[in-house]
Design a protein around this ligand. Structure first.
Ligand code: DAH
Length: 332
């Protein structure tokens, strides 16, 4: 047998091999126990030592070459099969689910944007308030019957010499005082934020909710200014499909005081729904913040954000807003 011919033949064959199965056949044929090469080694045993060495070393060299060829080819074929992935470009993509804004945030954003268009500045205030700003400065002294309107979460303060008791604000109105203490008119602001009341819950009452306080102070402000601005904003939010009603009411920090109701035009038989308290800022408040007497007038209002959201989206239970039920939240 000509070893050189054998080597050449083996090399040519392995070059064309494309599968691991064919490669295995090739291995059996050229390196297996019954291969020509193995039979050749067996035949060497019968030769005297000298000849055995000479012929043996040539055959050994060929065996090393073929073994190395085999290993390289095997590596190559294996790497091809493992990196080959089928990619179906027609398969529909997987939708990435991303979060979205809470309905209250959506309504808050919409209302504040509407006021911004009319030149109102957005101011934020603390959720932990003092009794002074939440009540006294707004003409609601201790034992005043009007305090009953605002059932309160009182806080135990560890601050030494705390003059005024701490509480969770029951409304956003305290920011009227805080803002006026530091700013001179004319100005127009809104104060969106969370409020808390120590109240039993039902479908129209929650112990936490959002309000938007409004305050505009200038010279020569009247209820006509208030009416115009509120009509603009409410019609903007309800795409003009709404009627408004202004009705006298009482709040200690305004005089006169009023309430605003709305009715949806597509529900003419529906009832009037209250959405805010309002009024002309009481002169005592101006005195409290040390504005000169009889110089300024202003209107103030407090808008219930959950109420607006409930009317806008037809929601009948305020508790849904604070309930993390994904089936409810996914509708917005
Ligand atoms: N703070 C009042 C409340 O929570 C709402 C309110 C009424 C705000 C009249 C005002 C106002 O600014 O003028 O019930």
């Amino acid at each position: 047998m000509n070893l050189k011919v054998l080597e050449k033949q083996a090399q040519e064959e392995i070059y064309h091999i494309q599968s691991l199965k064919d490669l295995e056949n090739w291995r059996v044929k050229y390196l297996g126990r019954k291969s020509e090469l193995s039979l050749f080694f067996d035949s060497l045993k019968k030769l005297p030592l000298k000849q055995r060495k000479a012929k043996g070393s040539q055959a050994n060299e060929i065996r090393l070459i073929l073994t190395s060829l085999y290993q390289q080819k095997k590596k190559k074929l294996e790497s091809q099969t493992t990196t080959y992935h089928f990619f179906d470009i027609t398969r529909p993509g997987q939708k990435l689910s991303k979060g979205h804004l809470h309905p209250i945030t959506l309504v808050l954003n919409e209302i504040t944007r509407s006021f911004e268009k009319l030149g109102f500045e957005i101011i934020l205030g603390p959720e932990i308030e003092t009794e002074y700003y939440n009540f006294d400065a707004l003409r609601i002294p201790d034992n005043h019957p009007a305090r009953d309107m605002w059932d309160t979460f009182w806080l135990k303060s560890k601050i030494k010499n705390q003059k005024s008791k701490l509480l969770l604000r029951t409304h956003t109105s305290p920011m009227q005082i805080r803002y006026m203490e530091k700013h001179e008119p004319p100005f127009r602001i809104i104060v969106p934020g969370k409020c808390f009341r120590f109240e039993a819950t039902d479908n129209h009452h929650e112990f936490q909710f959002h309000q938007i306080e409004g305050l505009m102070v200038d010279d020569n402000i009247t209820l006509a200014n208030f009416k115009f601005i509120i009509e603009e904003v409410i019609k903007d939010i309800f795409k003009n499909q709404v009627e408004l009603r202004f009705r006298p009411s009482y709040f200690p920090f305004v005089s006169p005081g009023l309430e605003v109701d709305i009715k949806l035009k597509n529900k003419p038989k529906g009832q009037w729904l209250e959405i805010m308290g309002a009024g002309m800022v009481h002169p005592d408040l101006f005195e409290t913040v040390k504005y000169p007497k009889n110089m300024w007038q202003g209107f103030a209002f407090g808008l219930g954000v959950e109420r607006i959201a409930m009317i806008k989206y037809g929601i009948n239970d305020i508790r849904l807003f604070f309930n993390p039920d994904i089936r409810f939240l996914e509708q917005f």
